[in-house]
Design a binder for this molecule. Structure first.
Ligand SMILES: [Zn+2]
Ligand SMILES: [Zn+2]
Ligand SMILES: [Zn+2]
Length: 345
């Protein structure tokens, strides 16, 4: 495809250099997380590195103390404990075992995130956030949580209403309100839409990324007209709040996708919240411009994480116990099969 080079390149820190661990030096101002053979904890380690490095989360979580404690299966306590170690321990590599065990105990009935078994990093991240809500704001139901101290709902949650409106017969579906922590998009639709958008435009611009995500998410999800007139409709999603952090989960349609390079080249580093949905009701959200700060990648049945350290203004690479600074931009030769960019204002 011809749109690969600099497709949505935004000038300074393009994405091209973030997939080439072999050229990195080994300065490690952050800490690694251990993953012994058989533990399969890379999915949790990746989610944990993202939470720790997100300034908004780390600072707000530090303020919280009162919670409904679940003792040895308490995700809140396990997270608190590892955050203290991140901050004060002299060790370069920390064990994430306590959080891994708390997660396994909490999700025992669902048989998810069990010890020794590999799981999904985006879903782990999502579930840790939902558990924090449970520990600190359980009295309010998840979908209508307005607790001001609830970091997951105040900072991460996208409060949405979706509806189909038919242009031919005028029928409209019942508006469906819901809350999501991660906005999932299919990589196949992402690549298809990128090609379509470039066909009718002279030149790609960095701000097109939000529109691309919106198109990819609605075109990949056509619905039948609620009045049964035969039309296929794009769903309209309206954002009702103004989240500070947006998490996008790219879903791969197969284990052996050949789209990895196309996906990498269709990514933007700037996301305008107003472009991501059909309509955005809050002024603050309409004006919000978010920057890519982190990304979890899945390759060869293994998760690793890239994160932008705002203090030193450098991209860091976290692969379990190994922490490296990303030094150079080289071509994107490694393949990426699943990842989750986190964008923060
Ligand atoms: Zn606790
Ligand atoms: Zn909440
Ligand atoms: Zn219709």
């Amino acid at each position: 495809m011809s749109w690969k080079r600099n497709y949505f390149a935004s000038g300074s820190s393009g994405l091209q250099g973030m997939f080439t661990p072999r050229t990195m030096s080994s300065i490690a101002p952050s800490k690694g997380l251990s993953n012994e053979p058989g533990q399969n904890s890379c999915f949790l380690n990746s989610a944990l590195q993202v939470l720790w490095h997100l300034d908004i989360f780390r600072r707000s979580f530090r303020q919280l103390t009162i919670h409904k404690c679940m003792e040895d299966s308490c995700i809140f306590c396990a997270l608190k404990s590892i955050f203290v170690q991140f901050q004060f321990s002299s060790e370069k590599v920390l064990p994430s075992d306590a959080l891994r065990t708390a997660l396994a105990k909490t999700f025992q009935d669902e048989q998810r995130f069990q010890l020794g078994i590999m799981d999904d990093a985006a879903e782990c991240f999502e579930n840790i956030l939902m558990r924090i809500h449970f520990h600190i704001a359980d009295e309010t139901k998840e979908d209508i949580c307005t607790a001001r101290h609830c970091i997951p709902h105040q900072k991460f949650a996208m409060t949405l209403v979706e509806q189909c409106v038919c242009g031919s017969c005028g029928a409209a579906s019942d508006p469906l309100p819901f809350v999501q922590m991660v906005h999932y998009i299919s990589t196949t639709s992402l690549c298809n839409q990128a090609v379509r958008m470039l066909e009718c435009r002279e030149k790609p611009t960095p701000v097109m990324f939000g529109e691309l995500l919106r198109n990819a998410s609605t075109m990949g999800d056509l619905r039948n007209c609620p009045g049964n007139c035969g039309e296929k409709l794009r769903i309209r999603r309206v954002l009702l709040n103004s989240p500070e952090i947006i998490t996008i989960g790219l879903v791969w349609d197969s284990d052996h996708s050949d789209l990895a390079e196309d996906v990498i080249h269709s990514l933007g580093t700037i996301l305008r919240l107003g472009d991501l949905f059909y309509r955005v009701t809050e002024d603050k959200a309409r004006q919000a411009e978010l920057y890519l700060v982190g990304m979890v990648c899945y390759y060869g049945k293994h998760y690793s994480t890239f994160f932008f350290q705002t203090k030193i203004r450098k991209w860091m690479y976290f692969d379990d116990a190994h922490v490296k600074e990303v030094m150079h931009s080289v071509n994107a030769s490694s393949t990426v099969a699943e990842w989750m960019p986190l964008m923060t204002a």
